[in-house]
Design a protein around this ligand. Structure first.
Ligand SMILES: [Zn+2]
Length: 271
């Protein structure tokens, strides 16, 4: 680092040399000895210098015995076993249309033309922007959930399906869920909380009150049990079933002597 720490010098003989650091950053507050690695990444809106810094970031989270089950959905981002729905962020739906439009614009320009190159840049920057928004959104929700609960239970997602589908809307949803789960695991281990994934099968058919499966179509928004008469909003019922699975019904919670666990998977994962 330059003594002023406003500049960085790459001395690895790759011909990069001295760079000026722009934007908001707090690397000047870090002792240079703690910087373990530096790399340059190219994004659609410019070059970034990433610093890998060795710092102690353990946080003491408030004592709680709260447990929550969450059902990831299409109508809501998630619904929880306490009866709350977390709305899908509007910026994602708006951005989706916008991204599609700017993607079409690329193909309207002549191949190899500067117009096409510019259109591609616009598209890439829009993509980058929504990726960052989505990440911040997932991070915020995951942080709140792990702070408020000693145990967060969710369905084991079919991650291999992520690469298969080519539909934009579906892939955005999948990517959001995947990100969300990664942040849950990150904050779970940071705060010493349990983040548990349970088998996803029949969570929307099972009754959270009596455990009996009822054949309901996905379009039915209310779970109505023909066995015990229990009625509940479909996703809330599913969230309760998910929580129950971690607590014994349909799975066995694992004990962790240390109390600190990143992520555990219960039962079989047939995906
Ligand atoms: Zn029932």
């Amino acid at each position: 680092m330059h003594p002023t720490k406003r500049r960085i010098i790459f001395a690895d003989k790759k011909g990069i040399g001295e760079l000026k650091l722009l934007g908001k950053w707090d690397i000047q507050t870090i002792d240079e000895k703690l910087i373990k690695r530096v790399r340059i990444v190219k994004r659609a809106d410019g070059f970034y210098v990433q610093f890998c810094v060795k710092i102690d970031s353990t946080v003491t989270a408030p004592q709680t015995s709260n447990q929550v089950g969450i059902d990831l959905g299409l109508e809501y981002f998630y619904s929880d076993s306490n009866g709350n729905h977390e709305e899908n962020p509007r910026f994602l739906r708006k951005a989706e249309k916008d991204i599609k439009r700017s993607q079409r614009k690329i193909y309207k320009k002549k191949k190899g033309s500067s117009g096409r190159r510019k259109a591609r840049g616009v598209y890439a920057r829009k993509h980058l922007r929504v990726t960052r928004q989505r990440n911040e959104h997932a991070k915020r929700l995951a942080r709140n959930l792990t702070l408020a609960n000693a145990m967060v239970v969710l369905e084991n997602l079919n991650v291999s399906g992520l690469v298969k589908n080519h539909k934009l809307a579906k892939s955005i949803t999948d990517a959001s869920w995947y990100l969300f789960r990664q942040w849950l695991e990150y904050f779970g281990s940071k705060f010493g909380r349990q983040v548990i994934a349970v088998p996803p099968h029949y969570t929307s058919q099972e009754c959270s009150n009596c455990g009996i499966r009822t054949d309901i179509s996905l379009s039915t928004r209310t779970h109505s049990c023909s066995h015990c008469g229990h009625t509940e909003q479909r996703d809330i019922n599913a969230a309760k079933v998910i929580l129950a699975r971690a607590n014994g019904r349909g799975g066995h919670p694992q004990s962790h002597a240390s109390g600190v666990v990143a992520s555990t998977s219960i039962g079989s994962n047939t995906d």
